[in-house]
Design a binder for this molecule. Structure first.
Ligand SMILES: Nc1ncnc2c1ncn2[C@@H]1O[C@H](COP(=O)(O)OP(=O)(O)OP(=O)(O)O)[C@@H](O)[C@H]1O
Ligand SMILES: [Mg+2]
Length: 262
């Protein structure tokens, strides 16, 4: 569904991605983790066609898009949606107007029809009661969910998320993760999620990919983050690993041996 083969990208002569290969299977959720500045958002930009590659190839939904025209990209992007860290809702538009924004303002479809479609989607996502609220009236978690509804309005085959739960409390982070999973299952969307949030990684990943030092490698299931012996994985996860061991040891101290109280 999304295939990167040996993709390299540079900014001002500085190589950011060096031969990254990715294979995101149709209908799956891949999470991308890695240190700040390692090129995670760059991968999403390449996948959306906002950034061309120096070398390597990119295929989206079976089509080689490595050097297609901007006009062709407009068609390919129709299959895709993107959700950003700060939900980037339009402050002066209500929830339903935000969700219908692109079909109405960009595609010039009649509002009555767009509204109907947007309301249907909001109902499916359990957001119908908020349809006429303004973004500022919603919690951060709700705003992210509305942003997801806005991305779903075109029924994309592929959704790319850049840090969708960053800054949210655990409950809201869980709600947003559930919605990403739901979009994946209910609408058959293939998803790529860039995240630093362990809870999100755990709840979502069919496959985890680590980007570090400009290189990417597939780690597999989330628990591999903590058992893999590859020095690059160990290096990236050592703070998490230490934290887990510290908690486990403190808990054992309190419970007299068990990791968790029975
Ligand atoms: N348009 C640009 N012009 C110049 N340099 C850029 C540009 N976009 C990204 N970079 C550089 O490329 C590198 C990777 O950036 P990118 O945004 O992909 O990292 P990231 O992994 O998403 O980081 P973070 O976790 O902080 O969001 C960084 O060093 C960044 O400064
Ligand atoms: Mg980023």
């Amino acid at each position: 569904m999304i295939i990167f083969k040996d993709v390299s990208v540079s900014f001002s002569g500085q190589r950011v991605l060096r031969g990254v290969s990715l294979h995101v299977k149709s209908g799956s959720i891949t999470t991308i983790v890695g240190p700040s500045g390692s090129g995670k958002s760059t991968i999403l930009r390449v996948a959306m066609g906002f950034r061309t590659v120096d070398s390597g190839s990119v295929a989206i939904d079976g089509e080689d898009v490595t050097s297609i025209s901007e006009k062709r990209w407009t068609r390919v992007r129709r299959k895709m949606g993107m959700v950003f860290q700060h939900s980037a809702l339009f402050d002066s538009l209500s929830v339903v107007e935000n969700v219908g924004f692109y079909p109405y303002y960009v595609d010039r479809l009649p509002w009555r029809k767009v509204r109907e479609q947007a309301m249907e989607l909001l109902s499916e996502l359990g957001l119908a009661e908020s349809a006429n609220k303004m973004p500022e009236e919603l919690s951060g978690g709700m705003q992210r969910r509305v942003a997801l509804a806005r991305a779903l309005v075109y029924h994309p085959k592929i959704l790319l998320y850049d840090e969708p739960t960053t800054g949210l409390d655990p409950q809201n982070s869980d709600l947003v993760s559930n919605m990403i999973r739901e979009a994946n299952e209910k609408f058959g969307v293939t998803s790529v999620v860039v995240t630093h949030d362990l809870q999100c990684i755990h709840a979502l990943s069919d496959e985890v990919v680590l980007i570090t030092g400009g290189e990417g490698f597939s780690i597999g299931k989330p628990h591999q983050l903590f058992v893999a012996t590859d020095p690059r994985v160990v290096d990236f996860t050592q703070v998490w690993r230490k934290q887990m061991l510290d908690y486990a040891s403190e808990m054992r101290g309190e419970t007299g041996g068990a990791v968790l109280p029975s």
